[in-house]
Design a protein around this ligand. Structure first.
Ligand code: GAR
Length: 219
């Protein structure tokens, strides 16, 4: 089988791909971002398009130069800067994140380009309710520079993964993946741009899927 440059494969049963979850009350999302916030935007757009039954309670960002808060302001979402450099250790930083997310009555935490390691302080406060997006087909290319790692390795297909967060980095249960072919003249920028198109598609779907699974589990 050959993959065209624009072809992708969603690694989830077709019946589960619909963004709409069964729940009647909107999911209350807290989004964490460190960078440009294009995944924040994709979630906000899916909500605006009624593809995802959710509301964004707050954006937490850690990098004063991040573009994500500008996107939040344009969407009328409150943004809170928590700069990790102001905290003596990761646990103290996570404690402040948890406090903020709880103040905003968040149910589900979405790490949408969050570039900090998290501790049990955050994970235990939102057990099985933290979702991360990573720009590779996990378990390959964990950690930082996943796109560069894929290019350097010589693989012909990479992609993105949305998964539940556990303590081990980039390792929790996988919700949805999308595959993206690597082209001979790809740079990290061109490849990342194509991966991001898929990220924006599968992240809202994965949020709905996680909520659905969590509801089914409860009843
Ligand atoms: C995304 O590609 C996301 O997968 C990646 O950061 C980018 C954020 O983009 N996350 C990681 O690498 C986490 N290990 P965005 O700010 O435009 O949403």
């Amino acid at each position: 089988m050959t993959l065209r440059p624009d072809s992708t494969v969603s690694l989830v049963a077709p019946s589960m791909i619909n963004c709409q979850s069964d729940q009647s009350t909107p999911l209350k999302l807290g989004i964490m971002a460190s960078g440009s916030g294009s995944n924040f935007e994709a979630i906000a757009q899916a909500i605006a398009d009624e593809q995802l039954n959710a509301q964004i309670q707050v954006l937490v960002y850690n990098n004063p130069t991040a573009k994500a808060p500008i996107r939040a302001a344009n969407r009328g979402v409150e943004a809170v800067l928590l700069n990790h450099r102001d905290y003596i250790h990761r646990e103290a930083f996570d404690q402040q994140i948890v406090k903020t997310l709880q103040q905003y009555d968040v149910d589900w935490v979405i790490m949408a380009g969050w570039m900090r390691l998290v501790t049990p302080v955050l994970i235990d406060a939102f057990t099985d309710r933290i979702i991360n997006i990573h720009p590779s087909l996990l378990p390959s290319f964990k950690g930082i520079n996943a796109v560069e790692q894929a290019l350097a390795s010589g693989v012909k297909i990479t992609g993105c993964t949305v998964h539940l967060v556990c303590l081990e980095v980039d390792s929790g249960p996988i919700l949805i993946q999308a595959a993206v072919p690597i082209l001979p003249d790809d740079t990290a920028e061109t490849l990342h741009a194509r991966i991001q198109i898929q990220e924006h598609r599968i992240l809202p779907q994965a949020i709905a899927l996680a909520a659905q699974k969590s509801n089914n589990f409860r009843f």
